[in-house]
Design a protein around this ligand. Structure first.
Ligand code: 9YT
Length: 137
């Protein structure tokens, strides 16, 4: 069993602050833990309004606190986000996330992140070579 505490993890390099100023994320469970997914607590800063497209990952995002919306760029639909909302990017959906008030989110990624990722210009995370090989086999 693995037991970790968010308050401790936030003081380590598990916490990544996005250079775009939109979010930070503490990656509590990573690829090296061999669970097949990663689990993060992400803070989306108030006023953030940015595009993402996880071409290489599936992601589920559960809102713990705050207020915002997610807009699908596949069909233009907008969905309000409040505590208790989960949005599930089951089709690698290109989307925009907006935070009207700071949002705390619990995020799960498959395949798992290795912990160093920040968004590329597409709003995606690159896969490392080892993950590419494991997906191909
Ligand atoms: C909701 C979302 O995807 N935010 C970007 C950060 C991501 N959750 C991460 O890297 O933990």
């Amino acid at each position: 069993m693995i037991v970790r505490h968010l308050q401790d993890a936030e003081k380590t390099n598990r916490k990544i602050v996005s250079p775009d100023g939109n979010w930070d994320s503490t990656r509590l469970l990573l690829k090296e833990d061999n669970m097949g997914f990663s689990f993060h607590i992400t803070t989306i800063y108030e006023g953030a309004d940015f595009q993402m497209h996880y071409q290489n990952h599936l992601e589920s995002v559960f809102c713990i606190s705050g207020e915002g919306e997610v807009e699908s760029l596949v069909d233009g639909k907008k969905y309000a986000i409040a505590p208790g909302t989960v949005y599930i990017l089951d089709k690698h959906d290109k989307h925009i996330l907006r935070a009207f008030k700071e949002m705390k989110m619990a995020c799960v990624f498959n395949p798992p992140l290795n912990g160093k990722e920040v968004h590329n210009s597409e709003g995606a995370y690159e896969l490392d070579a080892e993950t590419i090989v494991s997906l191909e086999s």
